[in-house]
Design a protein around this ligand. Structure first.
Ligand code: NAD
Length: 265
């Protein structure tokens, strides 16, 4: 009986946020992904210490108020995982995650953020702790809109996205979704963080690909007003901007999944 009461109190104490709780087995998944990446996906990183990386990741947020995350919390982790992406190989995306990842999976030398070690480890995971505990909170975590924007997951992605953009060089690419009304959205991570952190001394061109879902009516395109916004922002920053509707390499990927679509013939 005593154990039951304690467990009940424990979980009710923790269910205080509106977002989904930490991913079950977060520690194990992070460690396994780290080994998979450093030993198999990018063996040039085989010397990275995954135990240390896992530990640094955990230390960034454990025993802290989950609504008071700062960039500094992640600095030790980022220091441990320095990784450079070759020039011309950076791919950003916004509302096109699956497609962008399919693209870099085929174009093995291209990198989205999730094709770098930290992005690879954290993709689709959730994590938060609690100021009064050494445990992760698996019951609930702050929702970025309903609770707080400076939660550990949002701060992590904003920081990683910023670094990823700062480090880009040569031509950078972005895959945008032409089947929604604003292919470019100033409030997205791409529009809010990545575009503004491209370094004009290093990136000479941003190449946008606006992709329409097969069988859906195109809602936006290179000539639409949202892409014009993007063109304006990028050109203001002294970076050349090009845009292409339905890039054929990406189109072929869509057609592998849906060969019967009329536009695939
Ligand atoms: P998007 O709108 O498609 O969002 C991508 C994902 O991030 C979605 O699951 C969204 O719910 C989540 N997200 C966005 N802003 C968030 C925030 N402040 N807090 C918590 N979750 C948030 O596209 P986007 O916003 O332009 O982000 C994509 C770009 O930014 C990519 O270029 C990538 O480099 C980077 N990024 C990746 C992730 C990821 O989960 N892998 C998350 C954020 C940003």
């Amino acid at each position: 009986v005593v154990v039951g009461v304690r467990m009940w109190r424990h979980s009710s104490e923790h269910k205080k946020w509106n977002g989904t709780g930490s991913t079950a087995h977060f520690q194990e998944i992070a460690l396994e992904r780290c080994y998979n990446y450093t030993q198999l996906v990018q063996p040039e990183l085989r010397d990275r210490d995954c135990q240390k990386i896992r530990e640094a990741f955990r230390n960034a947020f454990i025993s802290k108020d989950p609504c008071s995350a700062t960039e500094e919390d992640y600095h030790p982790l980022l220091k441990l995982v320095k990784q450079t992406v070759p020039c011309d190989k950076t791919v950003f995306w916004s509302k096109t995650k699956e497609l962008a990842h399919q693209y870099t999976k085929v174009q093995r030398e291209m990198f989205t953020l999730e094709d770098t070690l930290l992005g690879y480890i954290a993709d689709d995971l959730r994590w938060c702790g609690d100021a009064g505990s050494y445990e992760m909170n698996y019951q609930s975590c702050p929702h970025w809109k309903k609770d707080c924007s400076n939660n550990f997951v949002s701060v992590f992605w904003d920081l990683l996205s910023k670094r990823f953009a700062e480090n880009a060089c040569g031509v950078a690419q972005v895959v945008l979704n032409g089947s929604i009304s604003n292919a470019f959205d100033r409030k997205s991570t791409f529009g809010r963080v990545e575009v503004h952190n491209l370094n004009p001394m290093k990136v000479h061109t941003l190449q946008a690909w606006v992709i329409h879902d097969l069988g859906k009516f195109p809602s936006d395109s290179c000539s639409g007003s949202s892409i014009n916004d993007l063109r304006w922002i990028v050109m203001q920053r002294n970076i050349k901007f090009t845009c292409h509707d339905n890039y054929s390499s990406v189109k072929f990927l869509q057609c592998v999944k849906k060969p019967e679509d009329s536009s695939c013939r």
